[in-house]
Design a protein around this ligand. Structure first.
Ligand code: ISL
Length: 540
């Protein structure tokens, strides 16, 4: 028996950059409502909304100051209620981002917590100075210190992200109770689950110094510790089990073994997790130092995760990653071919597919020219840090261009009109100048477009049980070719994916189920970046 969240395709919306309707240059909820017919036509069954809650926007909504209110720039609670019901009319379910590792420092709990006598003090992690300095040697995800001194209470508080994102204290049962109530509040409104932000780091097992590491010193004290498993089991039994919903965890530095434990049905924690290893196949140690993408390595990582987990959350893009056609494909000479090939990969591998806004039209990395155009807090911090080490500006800029989270955050390209039809005002982040060539409106009209190909692939997946439930077996995993088989109830599908700008001979037999090119018969030669699914009946 499958669950509905295994059958459907998820589409991630980054509300700030999706569709503006009031001309303030920031996307909004009425904008999402206005695009529901487009999403339905594409074949989307679930929407994941990045945070729409009240926030001072230090980290674009991942710093929440009120979990029960909507950020005014995005609209009102009435808009949100309307979105849930309108989406329901299209049979589209909604999941929301659950950001509970930290809040904003402007959240009422934190403001009260600054008073050492307040009952809220224990909602966060406060510690006195250690030898006149921070309580331990940990470092943050955003290339800065992770302890901030608060004059008012004369102690430090922990923040694994920006200093405006203090970490909640999960040793305090009150915090869990508050979180459960927030989850119920949204589930009662009719949403169908959560994407749980950095969910495997909630519980800090100790605050001792960490082993010194190039990045994230201290992480061994909080990555996937027993306390987090316990919290997840509580959230499941107290809340999630009482609704028709699912939970996908964003799990940083997760290994297949950790992911297995988090998703093991008998433990009742999460339904699936986002892992990162495949996204790191083009980097040395940290994402800022990239090397050429090697498809062979990517394929091996994917195969490992396919073999070790019963069900994966599959993605190539999100609001934190550069555009997939720019890093795994070829966004110049083979832009269209490679974007379609990646679509075949994403929709034919076993698991729930997650498409990020703009991926379905092959949006590319930004074309900014200066650092002033960058808004992302992480990119800004890293740039500053690299400059402190006297790394030449040109090199810093190159690193930022390839890796910045703003690559994914440039506004959605809807049409050829000004600002790509995203806004009538000034967009909060620059629109990529290629919008007159890459946009939804043109691609809807062109039968051979990337978007129409995504539509066909989504439709194919929804009708084909082998693509949804079939077993996975890797065949070839080289830098030029990734091929694998899926098998289910007497049907075998062979998926051939070319990662090469050259034609190559690849053995394969069967009838073509779908091809990213126009061909109807397979002659044993894959053209550059071509993808084909061949179908054979299994004897016996
Ligand atoms: O961006 C990253 C890698 O590309 C990560 O280090 C990222 O910070 C990490 O995956 C956690 O991400 C999530 O939580 C952050 C938020 O900034 C991200 O946007 C969110 O996806 C803090 O809430």
């Amino acid at each position: 028996m499958s669950d509905w969240w295994q059958d459907r395709v998820v589409y991630q919306i980054y509300p700030r950059s999706f569709q503006d309707t009031d001309g303030d240059g920031i996307g909004d909820i009425p904008g999402i409502i206005s695009r529901l017919p487009d999403l339905k036509e594409l074949g989307v069954g679930i929407l994941w909304l990045s945070p729409v809650y009240s926030s001072p926007d230090d980290d674009n909504g991942y710093d929440i100051s009120d979990y029960r209110n909507i950020q005014p720039a995005f609209g009102t609670m009435a808009d949100m209620d309307r979105l849930i019901s309108e989406a329901g009319r299209f049979d589209i379910r909604i999941i929301m981002d659950l950001v509970i590792n930290h809040t904003s420092d402007e959240h009422e709990w934190f403001q009260k917590s600054r008073d050492p006598k307040s009952p809220y003090r224990n909602y966060y992690i406060w510690k006195p100075a250690e030898n006149g300095g921070p309580p331990n040697n940990w470092t943050s995800f955003f290339a800065e210190k992770c302890w901030e001194y608060d004059d008012r209470s004369a102690e430090y508080y922990l923040h694994l992200f920006s200093r405006k994102q203090p970490d909640l204290n999960y040793r305090n049962p009150e915090v869990l109770r508050e979180v459960e109530n927030i989850m119920r509040f949204w589930l009662d409104k009719g949403i169908s689950g959560f994407r749980c932000d950095v969910i495997n780091i909630l519980y800090k097992a100790s605050l001792d110094d960490g082993e010194r590491k190039l990045i994230l010193t201290g992480s061994e004290h909080y990555i996937s510790r027993g306390g987090t498993h316990e919290i997840l089991r509580r959230l499941r039994s107290d809340v999630l089990n009482h609704y028709d919903c699912f939970a996908v965890g964003e799990t940083v530095f997760v290994t297949p073994k950790m992911a297995f434990d988090l998703c093991d049905k008998s433990r009742s924690e999460l339904d699936m997790v986002f892992s990162f290893e495949h996204m790191e196949t083009d980097q040395y140690f940290v994402k800022w130092f990239k090397h050429r993408f090697r498809a062979g390595r990517f394929a091996k990582v994917i195969s490992k995760w396919q073999n070790e987990l019963a069900w994966n959350a599959n993605y190539l893009e999100n609001h934190d990653q550069p555009r997939s056609v720019s890093c795994f494909g070829n966004d110049k000479a083979y832009w269209k071919e490679s974007a379609k090939m990646l679509a075949v990969y994403l929709l034919s591998i076993r698991g729930t597919p997650y498409i990020y806004q703009g991926q379905e039209i092959g949006m590319t990395n930004f074309d900014f020219k200066t650092t002033e155009e960058i808004q992302d807090i992480e990119s800004r911090n890293v740039y500053r840090l690299l400059r402190r080490y006297h790394i030449p500006k040109k090199i810093c800029w190159k690193l930022i261009c390839r890796t910045s989270r703003d690559n994914a955050r440039t506004p959605m390209q809807w049409s050829r009109s000004e600002h790509a039809g995203f806004t009538t005002g000034t967009p909060w982040l620059g629109v990529n100048h290629n919008y007159s060539r890459i946009n939804v409106e043109d691609q809807k009209k062109d039968p051979s477009s990337i978007r129409n190909f995504y539509r066909s692939m989504i439709a194919l997946r929804s009708q084909n049980d082998t693509l949804k439930y079939g077993s996975f077996r890797a065949l070839r995993m080289t830098n030029r070719l990734f091929s694998f088989e899926r098998e289910y109830q007497g049907e075998r599908l062979t998926v051939l994916l070319s990662f090469s700008p050259k034609s190559q001979a690849v053995h394969g037999s069967g009838t073509i189920l779908i091809a990213s090119s126009e061909r109807t018969v397979y002659d044993g030669i894959l053209t550059p970046y071509e993808a084909i699914i061949l179908k054979t009946e299994v004897k016996g």
